[in-house]
Design a protein around this ligand. Structure first.
Ligand SMILES: [Ca+2]
Ligand SMILES: [Ca+2]
Length: 83
């Protein structure tokens, strides 16, 4: 029981920290300004994390992120800011 409570506490503490990781402005990642963040652009913004992010955020499975997909992903993490 104690272990379970500890695990839940850790999850509660970990969630906000996790959420602050992926809070980049879409335009700060879109290096060439074509309104699409490719896996390569994502990899530069979040080294080693692009596949993981794409798997969750690329809802149309096109292999890259539209502005909407990124904002929706951030909103899903509890990050509310629009830019
Ligand atoms: Ca781009
Ligand atoms: Ca997409």
């Amino acid at each position: 029981m104690r272990t379970l409570i500890l695990s839940i506490s850790l999850m509660l503490f970990a969630a906000p920290a996790w959420a602050t990781i992926f809070d980049r402005c879409f335009y700060s990642m879109d290096a060439n300004g074509d309104d699409t963040v490719t896996s390569a652009e994502l990899e530069k913004a979040y080294p080693g994390k692009s596949e993981e992010i794409l798997e969750k955020a690329d809802t149309d499975k096109g292999g890259d992120l539209s502005h909407d997909e990124w904002e929706n992903y951030k909103a899903g993490l509890g990050i509310v800011e629009d830019h």
